[in-house]
Ligand binder design. Structure first.
Ligand code: ADP
Ligand code: MG
Ligand code: ZN
Length: 518
């Protein structure tokens, strides 16, 4: 790499040609960020010889990402993203992330790797900096054509990494950088990636599932296998979803009792009492099936171990139900959720604090019977206390898009506009308004289910207070939202196939008629 060491004084932050939106505003960085940058320089002193670190551009549970400006040997300045991994990251995990970037990155809409610094347990991954916009900031102003291109390029990245046997496991807009002006795209963040059985990435052949020391922030997740019903939240009060263990090949109909097909397992330290364990050893069976309680037998069950990385709202049904065989199809599902979000103008679409809520939200869109049926095919028994009809995807998306304004550049999070109102309604009331204006009706002949989204689904997205009744006028037609072709919903339907074995692959999806001419 043609970095030439420079003193950090050589490039002033004003002197850098900063192209990013944030940088353009010459935003004064906060004291906290200044302090973090200082700490990073101290932790990895080599950085100071190469970069002037000017800002923090991302922060997650496992890393902080900084903007670094380097003076190149030819005199130009160039910008880099410096991803500082938390020092507790497992070395194999770090090496696997680097290997994904080096082997698959740098082409086909996948971020490449420039360099890597390490001092003791501090690792900094250096990548080309890509200016990008957050989807949440632009979702309301995207045209249908932009959405079509975005999904095409996301699928292209997925096809590429899947060819290497890489499963990304955390596909979501925050990990797919989008430069709207330049029409550039880059898949980032292989921090949760895993390999397929025949992966070409050596380090992904290691079982990486248990290597993350710090759990992702998944807000009070519970063990699905203890058949604990979701605690009723305001919206969920009337609806319960349970996941019960079924024999691999059996469905719910042949269900006897969970213990009938569970081995005798030691009690979990946290929840299983010795008594419960004795109960199990005595061969007693579960007494909580189809009730709201959790019996001692179930409390004493060992949690089933299956990879379950990612963000609840983007997780595929087979991930949510802890199916042990998970493949690249899980990324395709997540891409489907992204498309659903973009077509409906709601981000995030599913806002779930845990897996059972996420599964319930999926059922509200894809149908409870269909979900239960699909889960059977991968050996999971799911129960839902109420039947939820499958939604027609076009009707759903058009209703959501039409029921709140999606006027240009005005779809921000709750902090913009009518913040107080939205903050209070966000968690308690449906954010879409069934009574609001409907978009031009282009309903299919066979309307499945109701045409309003289920009331307990919080499609919280880009909301700005009460429904704007002029929602259809501003840009709706100019942006092509009145002429979304059936192909878009057909592809969406195939991406959101509940059954991973029939779900379309990324390579197949690229051949879909929606992308004709690309
Ligand atoms: P984490 O594992 O903490 O989520 P990511 O690799 O996803 O880390 O990076 C976090 C954020 O940093 C991204 O969502 C993006 O906004 C920013 N970022 C990461 N890599 C780059 C890059 N190469 N160029 C510009 N921004 C980046
Ligand atoms: Mg990320
Ligand atoms: Zn039980």
């Amino acid at each position: 790499m043609a970095f030439s060491p420079v003193c950090s004084e050589d490039i002033s932050s004003e002197g850098c040609i900063l192209k990013s939106d944030t940088a353009k505003k010459k935003r004064k960085i906060s004291k906290d960020v200044e302090l973090d940058i200082e700490i990073l320089y101290k932790a990895v002193p080599q950085l100071a010889k190469v970069f002037r670190i000017t800002d923090k551009i991302g922060e997650g549970t496992f890393s902080s990402v900084y903007l670094g400006v380097a003076q190149m040997r030819d005199g130009r300045t160039e910008m880099f993203a410096l991803k500082h991994l938390i020092p507790t990251s497992h070395p194999t995990r770090i090496a696997a992330e680097l290997q994904c970037l080096t082997v698959a990155g740098g082409r086909e809409n996948v971020m490449g790797l420039t360099y890597c610094f390490r001092k003791e347990d501090h690792v900094v991954i250096v990548m080309p900096y890509m200016e990008h916009q957050a989807i949440v900031d632009i979702i309301g102003s995207l045209s249908f054509e932009e959405v079509r291109l975005y999904i095409y390029h996301l699928l292209k990245a997925l096809k590429h990494i899947h060819q290497f046997g890489i499963i990304h496991r955390d596909i979501k807009p925050n990990n797919f950088l989008y430069n709207r002006k330049q029409k550039k795209y880059a898949l980032v963040d292989f921090g949760l990636a895993q390999g397929t059985a025949d992966t070409q990435i050596e380090l992904l052949k290691v079982d990486l599932a248990g290597l993350r020391k710090v759990p992702r922030p998944v807000f009070g997740e519970r063990n699905l296998n203890s058949c604990t019903p979701a605690p009723p939240t305001c919206k969920q009060a009337a609806l319960k979803t349970e996941l019960v263990k079924a024999k691999k090949t059996e469905g719910t109909s042949s269900y006897k009792s969970p213990s009938a097909n569970q081995g005798l397992l030691p009690a979990r330290t946290a929840s299983g009492s010795q008594k419960a364990q004795r109960t199990i050893q005595q061969g007693l069976t579960c007494s909580c099936y189809l009730t709201d309680r959790v019996c001692n037998v179930c409390l004493a069950r060992k949690p089933q171990v299956a990879p379950r990385a990612g963000t609840p709202g983007f997780r595929a049904p087979e991930v949510l139900t802890k199916c042990p065989n998970q493949g690249p199809a899980i990324d395709v599902w997540s891409a489907g959720v992204v498309l659903l979000s973009l077509l409906s103008g709601r981000y995030p679409f599913f806002k779930a604090s845990d897996d059972l809520i996420a599964l319930t939200q999926i059922m509200t869109i894809r149908g409870s019977r269909e979900t239960i049926q699909a889960a059977k095919t991968f050996g999971k028994a799911v129960m839902c206390s109420r039947e939820l009809p499958r939604q027609d995807l076009r009707t759903l998306c058009e209703t959501l898009r039409g029921s709140t304004s999606s006027a240009d550049d005005d779809a921000r999070g709750p902090e913009a506009g009518t913040a107080t109102h939205e903050n209070t309604t966000q968690d308690d009331t449906p954010t879409h308004r069934p009574g609001g204006p409907k978009p031009k009706q282009r309903l299919r002949k066979h309307k499945e289910g109701s045409d309003t989204p289920p009331e307990h689904l919080d499609c919280s997205a880009s909301l700005k207070g009460p429904a704007n009744h002029s929602s259809l006028s501003d840009g709706y037609q100019e942006k092509g939202w009145d002429t979304v072709p059936d192909e878009a919903y057909d592809l969406l339907d195939q991406l959101l196939d509940l059954n991973p074995s029939t779900r379309i692959t990324a390579a197949e999806a690229l051949q879909h008629p929606l992308f004709k001419g690309l």
